[in-house]
Design a protein around this ligand. Sequence first.
Ligand SMILES: C[S@@+](CC[C@H](N)C(=O)[O-])C[C@H]1O[C@@H](n2cnc3c(N)ncnc32)[C@H](O)[C@@H]1O
Length: 449
Amino acid sequence: MASISELDSLQNTFNAAIDTIREELKANGLPELSTLSTVPHPYDEGSKLPSTKFYRARDTAIAALTRLDALIQDPYKRINQVVYGVYETAALDVAVKTGVVDALLEAPDVSRGLSLAELQSKLDVDAAKLAILLRLLASKGWFHETSEGVFAVTRPSLQLRNGSNGWKTVLTPGKPKVADSLYDMITHPQWKYSQNSKETAYQLAHNTDLIMFEHLYKYNADTAKLFANSIKALGDELTPGILEDFPWSNFEGRTIVDCGGGQGSMTLLLVPRLKETKFVIQDLAGPIELAKKNVEVMLPEAWKAGRITLEEHDFFTPQTQTGSDKVFIFRWVLHDWPDDEAVKILSGAAKGGGKGARVLIIEFVVIPGTVKPVESQTPLDDALPPYIPADYGQVSTIAHDMGAHMLAILNARERTLAEYESLVNRAGMKVVKLWNMRSSLSVIEVEVL
Ligand SMILES: C[S@@+](CC[C@H](N)C(=O)[O-])C[C@H]1O[C@@H](n2cnc3c(N)ncnc32)[C@H](O)[C@@H]1O
């Protein structure tokens, strides 16, 4: 067999993926991609899902590109990029909170942008200091320095406009603070082997004994709202692929219980699709109040028709929704908990529903980067090109970043399919299928035995 070098192979993979991206845009009558565009591309709007071919080609191109970067880059420079990467986060924070993006979008000529002096007079921020941060961000593609000292938005920065999902994500505080205590958590003399959700970097960073949720809801109402908004933003961005690619109609006519449903964002998306289905949103008191407001405003007819029930329910207490017609959804719930608690939560649903009830676990499923993904029924599992990790490397960054975040705030984790299967079996259920879709999230379909 002819051997092909890593460099050649990755280049071929990258080129083929880019060709597919170009062809798919053309075939679907869509405009070319442009970083310097001052309007979003149709695929930037969460509402328009890319074709499956485009989606997979994009994953492949990004995976190949990051492997190429690792292959050709000077390792010391890569380390510097990562270590100083904290300033990209901080600079984005400054840009969003001072309103740079919205100011640039109000420029008389948006594609020219505004000068540093104009930004200073609009935002009351020192132009010389802003120059340093905007140039840093421009080097990463967030802004465009159209002439020396004049900055304009780029297509990626449109996600930082006031009210957009990227903006909500940047505004959620606390990650650097908690991340800074991760080493102390990992090496803590009493806690280093702990699985306790109250013995984490979160407690160290905030000097509290309370579990993160309690600390947020009881004492940090403003942060709790921002936290809820960022989860909603993540849901809005990652759920369209699940709505399209998962066969929800199989559950039409049953009752869907959104356990730990938060503001109800998953239910809000499902109600219009399943017109014969009833929904129950369960959570602790704080989020249920938010969910009620959302449901009343966004789904007034379904609310008045009694299709949606809001229930204050602690998922460590016996499930109030019983019967095998129930479908229990857990989106981003199990990843908040260590194994024993996760089994307790799942057992509650299993006991409530009884034999035949279904559970849908919606999570980032971690794929070890070295092995082929499990078989699934989806069209996304093309053969893996050589040198591309099974998790598509950087494409899975979100799952690994979230895993580290869950560890730091709750001693929890993102899990592999095998790890979920073990929790599911301990709770008296079996995995029916893993659904991979046009989303970073997967659905694990589970049946109560
Ligand atoms: C990461 S959020 C996910 C929210 C929602 N499932 C979604 O996808 O938007 C986790 C949710 O679990 C809820 N939660 C935490 N402890 C709980 C408990 N003991 N009983 C019920 N819900 C709980 C939190 O209030 C929060 O809304």
